[in-house]
Write a protein that binds this ligand. Structure first.
Ligand code: OTN
Length: 460
């Protein structure tokens, strides 16, 4: 029989989200038309919003070229300006010159996503500085206002991949407000992933990684005590690492912008992250059991600048060229504690989604040796657990042998703990005839999906 699951487990939404690996953000709105502004104060005039050549198919085209399967559009940032014609405010596109006040960015974005088979996510900033300006503002009024807008967005535009509840400025928003909003999300969009922070902590499918640099910790557990998310100011490090014995399964999402800022500024055109920088981020986010949430900042034309699209596509090529060739393919494989025929160690290198390796229930440790037909040179390795069965292994490392007899440890693998969806380690090139995966401790017998060694592709 299959191994019993261990500890808190992912739901269907989280499993799909993990397998998507990279998702995109699009920060675009009234801030795009102000100089030096990333967090507007809610006072900018609606007349400034006027993209000259907006084309959401160009945005989704960028994602397709980068192999990014979903993207989250800022529908309303903290400035309160709504990128769709909301029935509940005048502070929106209908009072802008764009498309003579008839434009609807959320609709155009949703249609582009549908046409290009991109998952459509939405950021509806819980904190709203424009509403706060109103003398009529009360907590109840804002709770209703947000509930109405959430209902508009989750009803009128088809399936929503993820909803993003930014914690920035959200201190006044209460658990009771989020409870009402959560019920709307689950009623209208049962499959929608929720990014939750602070007082939305109890509804979070995914958590903040604790920084905006795209770096998940080592280790990075998918489990955490939810209160650590609520009290994020005291728990940045905990958000980054998770908690091995945390009571809930709430994995880390690593938000990072392809430019220094979240919104477009022409003076940052020279600072677009290079393929090398994006590759490092990928290996430290996706390769640290997280998901990479990569922000794009469409410019005042309403287009993703060319260099940003090119570099994102370069990252995809780097990923595919590196991980497309597992150098262990064809090796003979033996393990110490194989569970049974169905869970054979060769499943680790068969490139099939359903098969996996597992040890006997009584064995929390194991040793799996890969014997190559001829020596190979590699500078990267990747290991995946069967996430449906929970975090199991808590300590592991990798050895190699040049002559097939004497073993040496790969130093960069000496302090590894978590695995989860994917763990990637890079190092200077090594030559080996044999490679040994050492499972050194765990809460349950290992259940491992894939193991590979690779030669990193050449950066452009
Ligand atoms: O000043 N900030 O609001 C800030 C500075 C640096 C990094 C993050 C923040 S806000 C922070 O943003 C996160 C997403 O990147 C989450 O939404 C957190 O809940 C929020 O507090």
């Amino acid at each position: 029989p299959a191994p019993e699951p261990c500890g808190p487990l992912p739901n269907e939404r989280q499993i799909k989200w993990y397998n998507d690996e990279i998702i995109a953000f699009f920060h675009f709105g009234i801030n795009t038309f102000e100089n030096n502004v990333n967090e507007g104060d809610g006072r900018a005039g609606t007349f400034i919003f006027n993209p000259t050549a907006l084309d959401c198919r160009q945005w989704t085209g960028t994602l397709k070229s980068a192999g990014i399967p979903a993207g989250i559009l800022v529908a309303k940032h903290a400035d309160g300006f709504c990128n769709w014609p909301s029935a509940y405010t005048d502070y929106c596109v209908k009072n802008s010159p764009w498309r003579n006040g008839k434009g609807n960015l959320v609709k155009e974005y949703a249609e582009a996503c549908r046409a290009d088979s991109i998952g459509m996510g939405l950021y509806l900033g819980p904190h709203d500085r424009h509403e706060h300006l109103s003398p009529l503002y009360t907590k109840q009024r804002y709770e209703d206002y947000y509930a109405n807008q959430l209902t508009e967005l989750l009803t009128d535009y088809g399936p929503v991949y993820e909803i993003w509840w930014d914690g920035a400025g959200a201190d006044e928003l209460t658990i009771s407000m989020y409870t009402r909003w959560y019920n709307i999300v689950r009623r209208l969009q049962p499959e929608c992933v929720i990014f939750g922070t602070r007082n939305s902590y109890c509804f979070a499918d995914v958590r903040w990684v604790g920084n905006e640099s795209g770096i998940a910790g080592n280790p990075c557990w998918s489990t955490i005590n939810p209160e650590s998310i609520r009290d994020e100011n005291d728990n940045r490090i905990t958000l980054n690492h998770g908690e091995v014995n945390g009571s809930a399964y709430i994995p880390a999402e690593s938000d990072v912008s392809i430019r220094p800022s979240w919104f477009y500024h022409s003076y940052e055109d020279k600072d677009v992250k290079t393929v090398k920088q994006l590759w490092d981020i990928y290996c430290n986010s996706v390769g640290h059991n997280s998901v990479m949430l990569l922000n794009f900042a469409p410019d005042r034309r309403g287009l993703v600048p060319a260099q940003d699209s090119i570099n994102a596509a370069g990252l995809r090529k780097m990923i595919d060229d590196t991980f497309g060739n597992n150098l262990l393919t064809g090796a003979s494989v033996k393990s110490l504690h194989q569970r049974g025929k169905q869970y054979a160690p060769k499943n680790l290198i068969d490139n099939l989604s359903k098969t996996y390796y597992a040890s006997k229930d009584s064995n929390m440790t194991d040793s799996i040796v890969f014997d190559l037909k001829s020596p190979v040179t590699f500078d990267c390795l990747m290991l995946q657990e069967v996430i449906q069965l929970g975090h199991r292994t808590t300590r592991w490392s990798v050895d190699y042998s040049v002559d097939g007899k004497k073993w040496e440890k790969i130093p960069e693998t000496e302090n590894l703990q978590s695995i989860g969806h994917k763990w990637i380690v890079r190092f200077d090139p090594l030559k080996a005839k044999k490679v040994r995966l050492c499972i050194l401790d765990g809460k349950a017998c290992p259940a491992l999906h894939t193991f590979g060694i690779y030669k990193q592709a050449i950066l452009p």
